[in-house]
Design a binder for this molecule. Structure first.
Ligand code: MN3
Length: 202
């Protein structure tokens, strides 16, 4: 039996047009994300102890994963966790900027929302090869970082608030090699309401 399941997108495939196109969303969710789930399930097959935890909880303590499947769980479990999270922090009804406590904290940490966007975009742009850009909480501090492959800030004890997939599969159909244009477009579909919720909960 499959322990982990591919979640549905919280909106239609074409909902993020024109910023993120329908064809990309289809292949990204139905093929790439689905493959991570399938390979994760294959890696943990017959190991019931992995059914008792969420994928996020498993990735918070990678040292506890059986050594012979550890890298597969980090890669494919990370792929499942990261994409599940990524779909949630986007919306066709973006407010374009946060408000309340999150806006205050971003202003305080990065001196302005514009500066925060610049720093995050720069980190996303300069991630070499495949990976992710993140805004996370490290204890009480907001931090921007990038991770290679499907690594997650959960594994270094942080709480992710927001992320951007910068693997080529996330943008190549529409933007080809223009990662900067994809990053610029992404700011139009950020689900700040969801991110504020996560921030206030943590
Ligand atoms: Mn991806």
């Amino acid at each position: 039996m499959d322990i982990f399941k591919l979640p549905n997108l919280p909106y239609e495939y074409n909902a993020l047009e024109p910023y993120i196109d329908e064809a990309t969303m289809k292949v990204h969710h139905d093929k790439h994300h689905a493959a991570y789930v399938e390979k994760l399930n294959a890696a943990i097959e017959g190991r019931d102890e992995y059914a008792k935890k969420s994928i996020d909880d498993i990735l918070k303590n990678t040292a506890a994963i059986d050594e012979n499947i550890r890298q597969s769980v980090i890669n494919n479990g990370g792929g499942h966790a990261n994409h599940s999270f990524f779909w949630q922090i986007m919306t066709p009804k973006s407010d374009k900027s946060p408000s309340g406590k999150l806006m205050d904290a971003l202003n305080k940490t990065f001196s302005s929302f514009t500066k925060f966007k610049e720093s995050f975009s720069q980190v996303a742009l300069t991630r070499f090869g495949s990976g992710w850009a993140w805004l996370s909480l490290d204890k009480d501090k907001l931090v921007i970082e990038s991770t290679p492959n499907q690594d997650t800030p959960l594994s270094s004890g942080k709480t992710p608030l927001f992320c951007l997939d910068v693997w080529e599969h996330a943008y190549y159909l529409k933007y080809q090699n223009r990662r900067a244009d994809y990053i610029e477009a992404f700011w139009n579909v950020v689900n700040w309401k969801k991110i504020e919720e996560l921030f206030e909960k943590s």
